[in-house]
Design a protein around this ligand. Structure first.
Ligand SMILES: Nc1nc2c(c(=O)[nH]1)N[C@H]1C(S)=C(S)[C@@H](COP(=O)(O)O)O[C@H]1N2
Ligand SMILES: [Mo]
Length: 528
């Protein structure tokens, strides 16, 4: 057979003889699979913009992959890609899906049915992924069902059109039939692109940002004291005492930032309480708001790592809310749940401790909580790692026992009790410095205990006590600096902190699993 069609030319070697012209060339066949997939996923994505973004089959499959992935893989992803771990996963999924869709097309060069089945099985996986997501409404299954139908139908339509083009003019496929097929394929591609873009735009813009912008000023009844000028040594290379919201570290299990509007949000307190209470956003913001400076830290922060930041959080005492509900005797755990299904378990005794300052926070550094940090509301408990305390987009607080509920990371092998460990980090110098007087600087933290002393050691020499920044609160980090004489050549420096309980950081190296890393942070630098 002798098409004027260039796709056929490229595959003419294995092309069927002219007597059976109804076999699609490989290129268009694979393309049909990919286009059907694109149409399916983007239609589901657009539907999800109205049903809750978690219902997008693409994102739901990714979320399921995150939940099912073994812990070591997740730990690796966080350490290798940091906050980029989710975009890397989504891109990887896209590549795999495109390859599978091409396979669906290639097994259907004569008849559309094998590819349609292949796509249908895919679709069922998407439905299962959405259906098993916690906290998605029953309606959310509509999104992957629409995806499945779109995929199967678009595959059929494109396949028919491509076959007809062959049958119409198997020997002299004219410019007209090829042109018509091209227009159809291009139309599906452009349509999918626009549908996906619209879904993304609607789903991510519609909700939370607008609601946050409309919150207006949140005025603390009890503002945090202003941070003194010597609260940091940023000029020497430490972080600023308060971390800007945009720079504040982030840890999410969710692939897309949950979009919750303040007007739709409520917080239910139930379980082992005298009376169940539900608070609205207005209920919370109309209470006297207290502002506290707190350093949050992630248990996954390796020695010397970046997952630590400080902000002024604005909110109400969690203990006050729980007192209104009336905690019953025997309660052990405050089990908090986010709209995205994340859960954390915090000791009730810590939450109720009047000196602790555990909060339901709605503000951060003078603004409503940023969407990615939990808008409309999150928990903040000074002194505990985030995974046992700092639930973002929190909507449910259950007072319960340790036996009754196991929170998200506890199910995955992390410790149930997780106070933040006393640690320190060297931030400067980085790389090469002029020989002679060299200033080392960094941070130290022992939330809710307070830092008493930081010592620095050069080249295994004597420990030298560092200068400390102003003591703003025991719930926040402190900065330090120390000066050494450094001869030209390579050097090694280590740091260790002592907290106000008298504990000095151990040099024993422990991994972040199961309850936080230990060991001295050591750096090397060159003096020239
Ligand atoms: N809903 C939800 N809340 C969450 C998490 C999460 O993945 N989902 N991560 C927790 C962890 S492990 C930490 S360390 C802190 C991080 O808070 P941040 O992202 O505002 O810095 O949030 C906690 N709250
Ligand atoms: Mo964390």
């Amino acid at each position: 057979m002798d098409h004027a069609n260039n796709e056929a030319v490229s595959t003419s070697v294995d092309e069927a003889p002219a007597a059976t012209p109804s076999r699609l060339p490989a290129g268009p066949a694979a393309l049909i699979g990919v286009l059907a997939l694109a149409a399916a996923l983007t239609v589901g994505h657009l539907a999800a913009a109205f049903l809750g973004f978690g219902a997008s089959p693409y994102l739901a499959v990714g979320n399921a992959a995150v939940d099912l992935a073994p812990s070591w893989l997740k730990d690796f992803a966080i350490s290798a890609f940091g906050t980029m771990d989710k975009p890397v996963l989504l891109a990887g999924m896209a590549v795999v899906m495109v390859l599978l869709a091409a396979v669906a097309g290639l097994i259907s060069r004569r008849r559309p049915l094998p590819g349609q089945w292949f796509i249908a099985v895919f679709g069922v996986l998407g439905i299962v992924a959405v259906y098993t997501r916690p906290n998605l409404g029953q309606l959310s299954v509509i999104a992957p069902v629409l995806s499945l139908l779109t995929g199967v139908i678009v595959f059929r339509v494109l396949h028919n059109a491509a076959l007809n083009a062959l049958l119409d003019a198997p020997f002299e496929e004219g410019p007209r039939s090829v042109g018509r097929r091209r227009i159809l394929f291009t139309g599906v591609a452009v349509g999918a692109f626009l549908t996906g873009g619209l879904g993304q735009w609607l789903g991510s813009r519609r909700d939370a940002e607008g609601s946050r912008a409309a919150v207006g000023p949140l005025v603390p009844a009890e503002p945090a004291p202003p941070s003194p000028a010597d609260a940091d040594f940023a000029k020497l290379g430490t972080p600023t005492f308060l971390t800007a919201n945009a720079d504040f570290y982030r840890i999410d299990t969710a692939l897309v930032v949950p979009q919750v509007r303040a007007e739709d949000w409520s917080l239910r307190i139930h379980g082992m309480v005298e009376k169940e209470i539900t608070y609205t956003y207005a209920d919370i913001r109309n209470r006297p708001l207290v502002e506290r400076v707190v350093t949050l830290c992630c248990v996954s922060n390796p020695v010397g790592g970046p997952y630590i930041s400080t902000a002024k959080f604005l909110g109400v005492d969690l203990a006050g809310l729980l007192d209104e509900a009336g905690v019953r005797p025997g309660a052990q755990q405050l089990y908090s749940t986010s709209v995205d299904g994340f859960t954390a378990g915090t000791p009730i005794s810590t939450v109720l401790d009047p000196g602790r300052g555990a909060m339901l926070a709605i503000g951060m550094n003078g603004e409503p909580l940023p969407v990615e940090h939990g808008f409309p509301a999150r928990l903040v408990v000074p002194g505990l790692y985030g995974y046992v305390s700092a639930t973002k987009w929190v909507t449910d607080l259950e007072v319960t026992t340790w036996d009754a509920r196991q929170a998200y990371w506890i199910q995955r092998g992390w410790a149930q009790q997780a106070p933040i460990k006393t640690e320190s980090r060297i931030d400067a110098p980085q790389g090469a410095v002029p020989a002679g007087k060299v200033r080392l600087a960094g941070i130290a933290w022992a939330q809710h205990t307070g830092i008493a002393k930081v010592e620095v050691q050069l080249d295994n020499g004597p420990w030298q006590q560092a200068m400390l920044s102003a003591d703003v609160t025991e719930d926040a980090w402190r900065m330090w600096w120390a000066e050494f004489d450094a001869a030209p050549g390579g050097h090694k420096a280590s740091v260790r902190a002592t907290d106000r309980s008298g504990y000095t950081q151990t040099d024993q190296v422990a991994d972040v699993v199961p309850d936080g890393a230990t060991g001295w942070h050591t750096i090397t630098f060159t003096a020239r």
